[in-house]
Design a protein. Structure first.
Length: 379
């Protein structure tokens, strides 16, 4: 048996599938502990909620686990109803996904054909490119300016072949945001040009700034807009895989045609419904993040590591030594972060804001790990 694709099979499949870039996930704790023979490693690499899931969500899972012999309701009507109420939209404006990733893929499935173009910032969440290439589309990458997506460049990149424009706000991996008026301009241009604007708000719940657009404010007047949110971040349910999208009914109806039946499992639906009601857990998650952000910022600044001001639950920074070597040294210290090479920012590292003791462990490990490394000559 071999993992090599036989020549005959290569001519049967679609050639573009072979060139789809692989998704690079954060390294799992268990894998690191096995590799280095260490224990008590911490992972601050995937922007998960360090407090864990809401206790209410855990109760819902335990309560409903005996129901897992039956299929879930295919469209998740209970959860969609709660979401529709909380956003003051109608239930036919809400779709659930097996993570918001899946909704990105459904959108590409509908709108992207061979050689169609999809615009995204150069240093963005890799799923934008993966879902584009999955359907034979071409990703058109626009630069960041001061670590923020450059919306003028994105608008200028629109052509007659553009089908989708992906924008994350806050932007991952830098945590920067774009403001309301610049977003509104981009929304107008995409609407005029018949381009679907996907506003990815995976980290929106962490934002403090008052000048940050929120997708729901624009849905009524923007038939080309869909905004995506997830239960993987502030709601602490990344392992259950559940996210949602809100748009006008025509688009949700189309998405439902490509949505696999039962795409969101029963426990995920129940846990998410319970998590939505747990305002205590939500507030504690925000507070933990604010406190951790301040601690990490001070720590990174005192090491001279240039943290980028963030509105999310992670901080990207440029160490004054080689970022890849530093990433590897941190692994030896039992700390998993994300080297941003796979995001196209090779000199940078991203750390997820953790609990107090995790943040302290990270800063101590960083100090120790960077001591032995020579300074990056380009700085
Ligand atoms: C910008 C961005 N969007 C979406 C997601 C994925 O969310 P989900 O877990 O709902 O698929 C992530 C996850 O890391 C992300 O960083």
């Amino acid at each position: 048996m071999s993992a090599e694709i036989p020549d005959w099979a290569k001519t049967r499949g679609m050639p573009h599938v072979l060139s789809i870039p692989k998704y690079v996930p954060g390294k799992p704790v268990a894998e690191l502990e096995r590799e280095f023979g260490i224990s008590n490693a911490i992972k601050l690499a995937s922007n998960e909620n360090p407090l864990g899931p809401s206790p209410k969500a855990m109760d819902a899972i335990i309560k409903n686990v005996g129901m897992t012999n039956i299929y879930p309701e295919s469209t998740g009507p209970e959860l969609r109803k709660s979401l529709a109420e909380s956003y003051s939209v109608s239930i036919d404006q809400v779709i659930l996904g097996n993570g918001s990733d899946e909704i990105m893929q459904m959108l590409a499935h509908i709108f992207v054909g061979v050689d169609d173009e999809v615009i995204m910032p150069q240093n963005a969440f890799s799923m934008y490119e993966i879902v584009t290439r999955l359907f034979g589309g071409r990703s058109v990458k626009t630069p960041l300016t001061y670590f923020r997506p450059d919306l003028n460049a994105m608008a200028a990149a629109i052509t007659d072949r553009t089908r989708i424009l992906f924008l994350s706000n806050p932007h991952s991996p830098t945590g920067t945001i774009i403001g309301k008026s610049e977003f509104e301009e981009l929304l107008d241009v995409t609407r005029e040009r018949g381009v679907i604007l996907v506003l990815d708000e995976a980290y929106r719940e962490y934002v403090d700034s008052s000048d940050c657009p929120t997708g729901v404010d624009y849905i009524d007047r923007s038939e080309n807009l869909i905004f995506l949110r997830t239960f993987s971040k502030i709601y602490g349910l990344a392992g259950l895989r559940i996210g949602y999208g809100i748009a006008q009914p025509w688009l949700i109806q189309l998405l439902n045609r490509v949505r696999p039946p039962f795409n969101v499992n029963l426990l995920a639906q129940d846990a998410a419904s319970a998590a939505l009601l747990d305002s205590d857990h939500f507030s504690r998650s925000r507070e933990t993040n604010s406190m951790g952000k301040k601690f990490l910022f001070d720590g990174l600044n005192s090491l001279g590591f240039d943290p980028i001001p963030t509105q999310a639950n992670f901080i990207a920074f440029r160490p004054n030594c080689d970022a890849e070597s530093l990433y590897l040294e941190l692994l030896k210290e039992g700390v998993i972060v994300r080297h941003l090479k796979s995001f196209g920012l090779p000199g940078h590292i991203r750390v997820t804001i953790g609990l107090e003791d995790q943040n302290r462990k990270f800063i101590n490990a960083l100090e120790k790990a960077s001591e032995g490394l020579s300074r990056d000559k380009s700085l």
